[in-house]
Design a protein. Structure first.
Length: 366
């Protein structure tokens, strides 16, 4: 009932919110803002919905956020998992003002898997080792905000039965005289292995190039007088990304065989692109120092797999990081999947990737 009231309040706010004077391109999360701002540089402004220091995984919309969605020239979001909190507000604006990355046909074949994470009490923790998965993709797309995804997995000669998930989000409104039907029939979940589609797609250079192209197309339609500038920005984005990719690959070459664990299974696209070999992941509460049983288990895994580094994230408290470092006797680094310290602007996406590479290198090279 509370959820229904919340959705109704959001819908009412959308219909009544005044138009803001300065309409910009709105990205749901900052890494998408890096891509957007590189293309929109000199054309229009870029805003990011989820503020610095906040996690999109548990973000709650504010009325000011809803106003930003309504007034934006263009909204760029993933449309699944990471920013699913935007589903209702986005359903009530014109489709031509939205890029839903999950609905892009060119993106779907490039998607990979990650482990769904949730932390438990001490002694009951998640940990996974990396496995090789073979994917056969069957595509049956209907791009009126609906798509069917089929994934068949062969995993070490085991057959997995997938559960069909049908999510039907029906929105009825008279806004702009159009309906948004989000009919998702996803086989994105492998419950036996705890795998779901990895929607941290901003770490994929290939997917980011596709998104950049879509942003350029939309902005060209909205700002035809800036067509040449947009085209130049896109060309610069692709060139810089290729150059930065070569630098990062060379930079990480000497540490590519060093094992490491992360505490957030979000980096698969980056690791695949630049040749790193993640050993696995642990899930612990980033705010509470792990107990004796968890630490003992982590130490056991580190010894067995000859791990060089554990990578925490900015939300981990100093106490947790100190506990991990002292009790595991391995280096503890930090990765920031959101890029809070990177400023929006031209070349910011390449800077974000370089920042991640530097963070890896700082720990793995020790």
């Amino acid at each position: 009932m509370k959820k229904l009231l919340k959705i109704s309040a959001i819908s009412a706010a959308l219909l009544s919110a005044p138009m803001m004077a300065n309409a910009d391109v709105l990205a749901s999360v900052k890494p998408l803002g890096f891509i957007v701002s590189s293309i929109a540089d000199g054309v229009t402004g870029t805003q990011v919905l989820v503020p610095a220091g906040a996690s999109p995984h548990d973000y709650n919309l504010k009325l000011s956020d809803i106003q930003k969605v309504k007034s934006a020239d263009l909204v760029v979001w993933i449309g699944e998992d990471v920013d699913s909190f935007l589903d209702n507000p986005i359903s009530q604006i014109e489709r031509k003002k939205v890029i839903t990355i999950a609905d892009l046909a060119d993106v779907e074949p490039l998607l990979s898997k990650a482990h769904h994470e949730h932390f438990h009490e001490d002694g009951d923790h998640d940990h996974k080792h990396e496995h090789e998965h073979k994917h056969e993709h069957k595509h049956d797309h209907e791009h009126e905000h609906g798509h069917d995804h089929k994934h068949e997995h062969e995993h070490h000669d085991h057959d997995h039965d997938h559960h069909d998930h049908e999510h039907e989000h029906e929105h009825e409104h008279d806004h702009h005289d159009h309906d948004h039907d989000h009919d998702h029939d996803h086989d994105h979940h492998d419950h036996d292995e705890g795998l779901t589609t990895n929607w941290h797609v901003w770490y994929s250079p290939a997917i980011s190039k596709i998104v950049a192209q879509k942003v350029a197309d939309k902005l060209t339609a909205q700002f035809p007088d800036k067509k040449d500038l947009i085209a130049q920005n896109l060309s610069d984005f692709n060139r810089t990304l290729a150059e930065q990719g070569e630098k990062i690959t060379a930079q990480l070459a000497n540490v590519k065989d060093k094992g490491f664990y992360v505490f957030h299974d979000a980096y698969g696209y980056f690791n695949d692109a630049y040749g790193l070999k993640q050993t696995g992941y642990f899930t612990i509460n980033p705010l509470v120092a792990p107990g004796a049983k968890t630490l003992a288990h982590i130490k056991e895994e580190i010894a067995e797999h000859k791990v060089n580094c554990l990578f925490a994230e900015p939300q981990f408290t100093p106490k947790v990081i100190e506990s991990l470092a002292q009790n595991t006797k391995v280096n503890v680094g930090q990765l920031d999947p959101i890029g809070d310290k990177v400023n929006l602007g031209k070349n910011s996406y390449a800077t974000f990737l370089q920042s991640t590479a530097d963070s890896y290198m700082e720990c793995l090279a020790k």
